[in-house]
Design a binder for this molecule. Sequence first.
Ligand SMILES: Nc1nc2c(c(=O)[nH]1)N[C@H]1C(S)=C(S)[C@@H](COP(=O)(O)O)O[C@H]1N2
Ligand SMILES: [Mo]
Length: 442
Amino acid sequence: MSKAYSSERHIHELYADDPERADALVWGRRGALKGAALAAMGAAVGGAIPFAGSMPSGTMPALFARPAAAQSGGAPQMMRLEGKVDLILLGERPLVLETPEHELDDAITPYSKFFVRNNGQTPQPHQGDPNAWRITVEGEVSRPLTLTLGELKSRFQNVTRQLQMECGGNGRSFFAPQTRGNQWGNGAIGNAEYVGVRLRDVLQAAGLGPNARFTGHFGSDPHLSGDPNRQAISRGMRIEKAMDEDTLIVWQMNGQPLPHIHGGPVRLLVPGWPGSLSQKWFTRILIRPDVHNGAGMGGTSYRMPVRPIVPGSNNDGRDFADMESMPVRSILSSHAHGTRLPAGTRHLDIRGAAWAGDLTVRAVHTSVDFGATWQEMQVAAPANRHAWQRWQGRVSFPTDGYYEIWYRATDSQGRMQPHAPANWNPQGYGANPVSRIAVLIG
Ligand SMILES: Nc1nc2c(c(=O)[nH]1)N[C@H]1C(S)=C(S)[C@@H](COP(=O)(O)O)O[C@H]1N2
Ligand SMILES: [Mo]
């Protein structure tokens, strides 16, 4: 919470230590916020709560909600890689860096603000001519191929696309009970402009056999243990997604050679599906008759319950299904959580982005009265299929005080971000609840 304001300590601390007890004290048994509790909460958030009357019972003010990235309840730890802004450090080994949501304010995410997710060691940067980098295509093909980057560039049609790539675990921190893995907020997303070739064109050159039904992806990054016989990550997908015109092998990001940390010289870019499919330091694709069995496949990895399971329960994931198109999500990028505005501010122009896996976003709505009323924002068309969509609009505040801006998107099939994350699963995929930021006026 950069730009956050301080507030009376005791309720704040109570929320940090024991949110359930704090909630019970504030809301009491009848779940109505009034009298002394209302005054206490107002004091704690640093201002009156004009729409307290429409706060759903049991709602923890956004200001007290555990900062997504703070594993231990404290302020998130930041890290600055060369050429990047401060990103939220979720893990050092392997290196995992989340973009603060309000930094995702560019239509095209620059290198400096692009999240980083490694599963293994960061490999040594490729030495020498990048055009000599080789990839192989093998398995259920009639002509196994080895192609240099130079050949990829010259033999196949080069395409330029803006594509969104989102970690399968984006939003994981919103699950309760907490699930294992990096506690992402909404910032494991980037929308960059890539140059590459269609994986489809390369697979057609290799000639898909009659049993070509799935892919397996390989990269050159060493396993965390250093064991050369183990993969850092090696995921795969249905052949239909490999043949999608937006699934690319890319070497350029935002007009520059693909940066090393993002998989340069060459990576896969599989937009709209879990980011783990977008193999960095890409060396090999195996075409298979059956589902791939590499690291990150099977069990509960990137797999979701088909029938809901009891939150917090153990499950080996045998009956789960591989996660494919990512669910609808929105971010608010114009203002940080905890923003303080001058007394008398009555309107605020806000903006952000929204996306929905393979689908598009039909609408984005915001609420400043805890979801009692919603207002439709303007949503731009995507630059191309699989690019995110920017949204903007104006919200109004009747008086000074503590507000929350809630925001939620609806996809082209009418599915909306839920009020609480649905379909709890052991590794915390697909949490896309309505998001909110706290704003204090005066
Ligand atoms: N070779 C390799 N590719 C990889 C990974 C990895 O650890 N190694 N991480 C995957 C995951 S889980 C994600 S979300 C994206 C992150 O890409 P980025 O670091 O460029 O943001 O890369 C994917 N590709
Ligand atoms: Mo990921």
